[in-house]
Design a protein around this ligand. Structure first.
Ligand code: GLY
Length: 372
């Protein structure tokens, strides 16, 4: 990408736009996708912290559109808002306000906001139009794209969800300037997942990244979004290839659930970094996958997302058994035949237990403490 202020990624159904000059582009895209002749009712669902930091900008672009903002929900973002009870409260308010079926939900925030907003958009009066403005790296490269949303059931991740594609997703890297370092690092872990699925130049670039407070270049951001969009467009409802995007997530979600329950929550990206490392070791063992790059990726993940303790299988099991990716008594995990060549493997509980004990015993990178 060279000096392009506005990049379009994806097909006509639900494109992603990356804009270096959001003030200039948002109105034009709104008019293109929504129209400007009739006044549109809009409901805003936003991360309160993001809204407070960027209020004047958000209000300046909404005030230039032919819309009526009928309700603004400002939420303290986090996994705890991804609950049916929160969705129900918002829906009740909108019913009381007579929000019509032709309204648009505008989601401004990270992945928990776009997940909640996407879910409500898909069920309120059997479906409202949705526009996402992701503000975290995780949401820009993953959660806000492709229409998959989910709510948690207690601490069991993503047990309830739908597919509901946004009219478009508007990525303004500008928002990353105020993103906390832990959230930036969390997003970089999902980008590394895209690197493993791509296996070539993007992966090479990711290995040179230090996942700290610095935002990625717009070109790296665009490459990461492109990898996800290519997969989503080939299989929007996750019948086949889209499952590859779950790389590292079976164990990752279990870690996230386990640590949330234990009262010491970790970021989604940290959990995924651990889950990816686990899958790299499993792919080495099951698929005979050996390459220097695998070791480089495992070392990168270990260096930047290290934890002090790993829960044992008995502690993780219940979170894996509840995982949505599993059918009947077997589990489906994504392994790598080679870098850039993922495949789905059906595996039983003992197989997963062996993968986990391999991971716990692996001490090539560091000694892992096991917390009983
Ligand atoms: N986050 C995985 C997917 O969108 O399929």
């Amino acid at each position: 990408m060279k000096n392009k202020e506005l990049i379009r990624i994806g097909n006509n159904t639900s494109p992603v736009f990356v804009s270096e000059i959001p003030d200039k582009h948002f109105k034009r895209l709104w008019q293109l996708h929504v129209g400007s002749h009739t006044n549109t009712t809009v409901v805003v669902l936003a991360d309160k912290q993001v809204y407070d930091l960027h209020q004047s900008w958000i209000e300046s672009f909404t005030s230039r559109l032919n819309i009526t903002v009928a309700n603004t929900q400002l939420l303290v973002a986090g996994e705890k808002i991804k609950q049916l009870a929160v969705a129900e409260t918002i829906i009740n308010e909108w019913i009381a306000l007579s929000i019509p079926k032709n309204a648009i939900i505008l989601c401004i925030g990270g992945g928990t906001i776009t997940d909640l907003g996407g879910f409500i958009a898909s069920v309120y009066k059997r479906g409202l139009r949705l526009i996402n403005i992701p503000t975290s790296l995780m949401a820009m490269t993953d959660a806000s794209i492709g229409g998959k949303n989910a709510l948690n059931l207690g601490t069991y991740k993503n047990q309830i969800g739908t597919f509901h594609a946004p009219l478009f997703t508007f990525v303004a890297p500008e928002f990353l300037k105020t993103l906390p370092e832990t959230e930036m690092a969390s997003g970089y872990a999902e980008m590394m997942k895209h690197g493993l699925l791509e296996g070539k130049n993007f992966l090479k670039k990711m290995l040179n990244i230090v996942p700290n407070a610095a935002a990625p270049s717009t070109s790296l951001l665009v490459d990461s979004i492109r990898i996800k969009i290519q997969i989503v467009d080939s299989d929007p409802t996750e019948k086949s290839k889209r499952m590859f995007l779950n790389l590292g997530h079976t164990f990752g979600h279990a870690y996230e659930g386990f640590f949330a329950t234990s009262g010491q929550p970790i970021t989604h990206g940290c959990a995924i970094a651990w889950g990816l490392t686990e899958i790299l070791f499993a792919s080495e063992s099951i698929c005979n996958l050996h390459s220097k790059k695998i070791k480089d990726v495992a070392a990168w993940l270990n260096q930047h997302y290290r934890f002090d303790t790993i829960p044992i299988w008995e502690q993780l099991k219940e979170y894996i058994v509840s995982d949505k990716k599993n059918i009947s008594s077997s589990f489906r995990i994504v392994l790598l035949n080679e870098l850039g060549r993922p495949f789905i493997q059906a595996i039983d509980e003992n197989g997963l237990k062996s993968i986990h004990s391999l991971f716990c015993n692996k001490n090539g990178l560091r000694n892992l403490g096991i917390n009983n």
